[in-house]
Design a protein around this ligand. Sequence first.
Ligand code: ZN
Length: 171
Amino acid sequence: MKSLFTPWRYPYLVSENPSAGGCIFCDALGGGDDATSLVAFRADHNFVILNRYPYTNGHVMIVPNAHVASPAASTPIQRAEMMDLASACETILRQRFRAEGVNMGMNLGRAAGAGIDAHYHLHVLPRWEGDTNFMAATADTRIIPEDLSETRRRFSAALQESLGAPRRNDV
Ligand SMILES: [Zn+2]
């Protein structure tokens, strides 16, 4: 049986624990400190945020502004913009992070491996030949905060360059 490789299902990846009683995505969206919350870009219906526990450097998530659990509960315009943002992120990962491949995927529901199942999100992460072996050997390694801030800064600049100035969001 051929198994599908889904790195975003690894337990250390989904230890995105919601804040007490809240939702980390809604908190990040509503907060004013994008550098700390790792928000890289705000569009009209979605925002781009770095994964705090990245599988690879450059692992981002596209998240709808609305707190909804699934694309099925969302709107066509939100879904369309999500894919536009994912495509822009793919281009950035290939051109600026020299990614040789890109994984995109979502986990809808706990049974599917979602760390935050109430607010759906699309993972986009760069891949390189041989990175599986590398990560297997260093699975306990955490990327240090300085790296995350630098990656956020690069992503933010690149997204603004390709998509225009970020907008203040409203659902
Ligand atoms: Zn939420």
